[in-house]
Ligand binder design. Structure first.
Ligand code: THG
Length: 266
């Protein structure tokens, strides 16, 4: 599994405060902690407390601050083309970048694919288009197909494309997880080689009391369905243990009595 750490996000109070105060210490510390806990990439999102006009400059600062402690792939998390370019430019001076994300809107898709090409970045395509968040597996897969076609058009390898079925909170759409699992299975059949599939796991448990348990139970099922990347909190040790165990149980990783330790020593 490719774990994209979700914690450098202005939505979290401590990071939101650090962003407003331009204090690099909490940002660097959160980057280092996520890496120590097994993150393979770090999501970078300025959040919503920063005034719109300042967001490009703040994204640049947040990416540069994170870059001070790691060369790891940074997933620039913004729907804005302008902010995406600024973030990628800062991320790709040293190390790789990921576009998080494009939707299936035709114009947006073309612009973001060109950006991915320009920066040699990987790209996440959400199951959203002119009609909003696709609500059925068929509709999500149809958008996924358009994302793959757009990537092919500009010469981006399928290996650089991540499809995201979009995770709705369990407490407001109880049929959503089942539809997501079905979408994950179908995304994997769209092409050979198959695209990667990613989810923003924490969205699923938003507003619920048993957040950790819901995240863990669903992640295990999603790994079985073919999920190979997840945006989540790597500091959640029980979640990481469940994910690693799912990979062992599915024979994606070799079993030994110390498999948890072995995974963390890779
Ligand atoms: N897909 C893709 N990217 C994404 C998402 C996705 N990026 C953003 C988001 N979804 C994933 N990241 C988060 C980060 C935090 C939370 C949820 C998803 C979260 N935050 C707490 C809350 O809202 O309750 C805040 C907790 C705190 O303040 O400590 O749940 O789906 N491609």
């Amino acid at each position: 599994m490719f774990v994209i750490g979700e914690r450098i996000n202005g939505m979290f109070t401590a990071i939101g405060d650090a962003i407003l105060a331009k204090d690099p210490l909490p940002v660097r510390a959160m980057a280092e902690q996520q890496i120590a806990c097994g993150a393979n990439a770090l999501d970078v999102n300025v959040g919503t407390r920063v005034p719109k006009a300042e967001r490009p400059a703040v994204m640049k600062w947040l990416v540069e601050t994170t870059r001070e402690v790691t060369d790891m792939c940074l997933a620039i998390d913004t729907p804005s083309l302008e902010i995406m370019r600024v973030g990628l430019d800062a991320a790709c001076r040293k190390g790789t970048g990921m576009i998080n994300s494009t939707t299936g809107h035709a114009e947006k898709l073309a612009a973001f694919m060109n950006l991915a090409k320009e920066f040699n970045a990987s790209i996440i395509g959400l199951a959203i288009d002119e009609n909003g968040v696709a609500s059925t597996a068929d509709a999500k897969v149809e958008i996924g197909m358009r994302v793959l076609a757009a990537a092919m058009e500009v010469g981006i390898a399928t290996d650089s494309v991540y499809l995201d079925p979009i995770t709705l909170p369990l407490n407001c759409a109880q049929d959503a997880p089942g539809i997501m699992l079905e979408s994950i299975r179908q995304f994997k059949l769209l092409s050979d080689p198959a695209p990667h599939v990613v989810i923003g796991l924490s969205n699923l448990s938003q507003g619920a009391t048993e957040r950790g348990l819901i995240n863990r139970a669903f992640l295990v099922m999603a790994v079985q369905a073919g999920l190979d990347a997840s945006i989540h909190d790597p500091l959640d040790e029980e979640l990481m243990n469940a994910m690693i165990t799912a990979e062992v149980v599915l024979n994606k990783m070799i079993y030994s009595d110390s498999y948890l330790k072995a995974y963390r020593q890779r």
